[in-house]
Design a protein around this ligand. Structure first.
Ligand SMILES: C[S@@+](CC[C@H](N)C(=O)[O-])C[C@H]1O[C@@H](n2cnc3c(N)ncnc32)[C@H](O)[C@@H]1O
Length: 583
């Protein structure tokens, strides 16, 4: 029997049970369980689906790297969080009492789908998305028999399921997908079509999408849902992070936990864009030889999506983008014949476009421009303060929300007036928080910042002076590792004591660490403000801090955990935790 003739027609839902049928009308598998995904269909494509048994899963198991094992050392790694989310999906969403064993992909199956060039063409129809990951992907559970009868022994598929991760899908979508690479506990899939996109019931509103690259570009996840729903998703991510990594705190909180403050601008807000290109691969060129310049494809491929306009980027960046792109295209074409240069360019590059204020010093007028060199100096004004920093260095990328973030922090500081004399700004970058809040402490108070990047710290000092603050009397910045701040000679000599202090923590995505939290506790500041662009590492660090407190008999009360939507249309959420020392 050829594969085409053995192609499956789909399965029907019969009184809550699932019955599979093959083309001959013979039912070959029945589940006695209710199941969320109806009518899964497998389509064999003669061209790419081999007619031999080459895709049969070998019974001998061959070893090769599996992502889920490789990254499992860091409990807040993306991979580990996905596994925790799959666990939640199995426990709470299916009603099937599934375990990891019921969804485990055996090595032979993983191997069968490993390489894109000989992967079986398996498409599933009417797959229900029932869970949203914190990365913004939809998850579905499909029975293994739905797509592997040609690939696996029947004995290996009975009562077995696959968790399928589908980008650009949301809970409530019924989708058609193509199955791609398998990992131990899930498989990746391409979204081919949303079958119920016209239904008015769900949250999907495709008419809201304003970018013509949305379905393929990995930059945004949520243009197809309204802003209110985006905020709900982000609140649920904060709640999930604490539930997973600091359950003791989560269990004591009410429904406001992780409320999100919206961004005043939901498009055109991004003041930094980093498109990239790769010139060695023909896949990333059009028929005229123009290379793709843009962002990664949403599916796991090496494709770069060509982006000539990005609706979340600021107007100045979008004005500059065509020139920047044209420049790259002509440079690549010019150098194509020159082997040396071609070799140097062969890996491609990442471009940098940064929105900056340009002031006309004669008239005092200013305009927003886009600067594209890594050593350009960017100027930004937030509230009453001006900041300058090298384009290559960190600065917050949505300036419309920053005044609201500062207002919120000021509100927290001013709840207890005149309680704090010092601000310790750890991971201070070019001084944004320390400088902005310098007027919120008494005249005889002081701000002290620490940052590992030499360039950023030089600009923090420059920014303090630019804003009329006396350095180092009123504000002092040092280059160094935040881990060692409280024993740093300059810090000790500054006379700052925990009793009168606020400590701001604003690390990068990987968060802080136990060593820092230990020293923070020994310093015993009155107020701690933890700003985070990765709520999972924030929750982990605060859980560590909680453990350490128990060892030292010191108590901090977590006053608030709140989200700020720095990046509308995307999965990202920024969260701020406020901790107050209990007297
Ligand atoms: C998320 S940024 C925040 C910067 C700044 N607070 C702001 O809002 O502009 C994190 C900063 O931490 C710095 N950093 C990373 N690891 C550090 C460490 N161990 N000690 C001090 N600074 C560090 C990075 O260079 C980066 O500037």
């Amino acid at each position: 029997m050829t594969l085409v003739s053995r192609k499956l027609l789909g399965f029907r839902r019969i009184g809550g049970n699932i019955r599979f049928q093959c083309i001959l009308g013979r039912s070959f598998s029945t589940f006695n369980k209710t199941f969320n995904s109806q009518a899964v269909q497998v389509v064999g494509n003669q061209r790419s689906f081999p007619t031999s048994n080459s895709h049969r899963v070998p019974k001998t198991i061959k070893k090769y790297p599996k992502r889920s094992k490789r990254d499992s050392t860091d409990k807040t790694s993306r991979e580990n969080i996905l596994l925790l989310e799959i666990n939640e999906l199995l426990n709470e969403y299916t009603g099937l009492n599934l375990t990891f064993d019921s969804i485990r992909n055996i090595d032979g199956l993983i191997e069968t789908f490993l390489h894109s060039w000989n992967r079986p063409n398996v498409e599933l129809n009417d797959v229900d998305i029932i869970f949203q990951t914190s990365e913004g992907d939809g998850l579905a559970i499909v029975p293994k028999s739905a797509y592997t009868t040609e690939i696996m022994d029947k004995s290996l598929i009975d009562d077995k399921y696959t968790v399928v991760k589908v980008p650009k899908s949301i809970v409530g979508d019924k989708v058609k997908v193509k199955i791609l690479r398998h990992y131990e506990l899930y498989a990746e899939a391409n979204l081919i079509k949303v079958l119920n996109s016209r239904s008015s019931d769900g949250n999907r509103k495709d008419e809201l999408v304003i970018c013509d690259k949305f379905s393929t570009c990995s930059g945004c996840q949520f243009q197809m849902i309204n802003y209110e729903e985006q905020l709900k998703f982000k609140k649920s991510v904060i709640q999930r992070a604490y539930k997973l990594f600091f359950p003791k705190l989560f269990s004591t909180y009410n429904e406001d936990f992780g409320n999100i403050i919206e961004s005043p601008m939901q498009y055109a807000y991004r003041t930094k864009l980093t498109p990239h290109y790769e010139i060695s691969s023909n896949k990333n060129k059009d028929k005229n030889g123009n290379i793709n310049i843009g962002f990664n494809h949403v599916n796991p491929t090496k494709l770069t999506i060509d982006v000539d306009y990005c609706p979340i980027a600021s107007p100045a960046i979008n004005r500059a983008l065509p020139h920047v792109r044209a420049n790259v295209q002509s440079k690549v074409k010019e150098t194509q014949e020159d082997l040396n240069i071609k070799k140097r360019l062969s890996k491609g590059a990442t471009l940098l476009l940064r929105d900056s204020i340009r002031i006309n010093h004669l008239t005092g007028e200013h305009e927003r421009v886009c600067l594209t060199k890594y050593n350009n100096i960017i100027t930004e004004k937030i509230g009453d303060f001006v900041f300058q920093f090298p384009a290559s260095e960190f600065f917050q990328n949505n300036n419309s929300i920053l005044p609201h973030v500062l207002d919120y922090i000021r509100f927290q500081i001013n709840k207890k007036q005149n309680s704090y004399k010092y601000i310790v700004d750890t991971y201070c970058g070019s001084g944004f928080f320390g400088i902005s809040l310098s007027k919120d402490i008494p005249e005889d108070g002081k701000v002290f910042g620490i940052e590992v990047s030499k360039l950023s710290i030089e600009h923090a000092i420059h920014n303090a002076k630019l804003n009329g603050l006396s350095v180092p009397e009123k504000i002092q910045f040092i280059e160094g590792n935040a881990n060692a701040i409280f024993t740093n000679k300059d810090f000790v000599n500054s006379g700052i004591i925990g009793d009168d202090s606020i400590v701001i923590i604003d690390p990068s995505r990987k968060g802080s660490n136990r060593k820092f939290m230990q020293q923070l506790l020994e310093f015993k500041p009155k107020l701690i403000i933890y700003v985070s662009c990765n709520v999972f590492t924030q929750a982990r660090d605060l859980a560590d801090f909680d453990d350490i407190q128990a060892e030292h008999n010191i108590r901090y009360k977590i006053q608030d955990i709140i989200g700020f939507d720095f990046f509308p249309q995307t999965k990202h959420v920024e969260s701020i935790a406020i901790l107050e020392l209990e007297e």
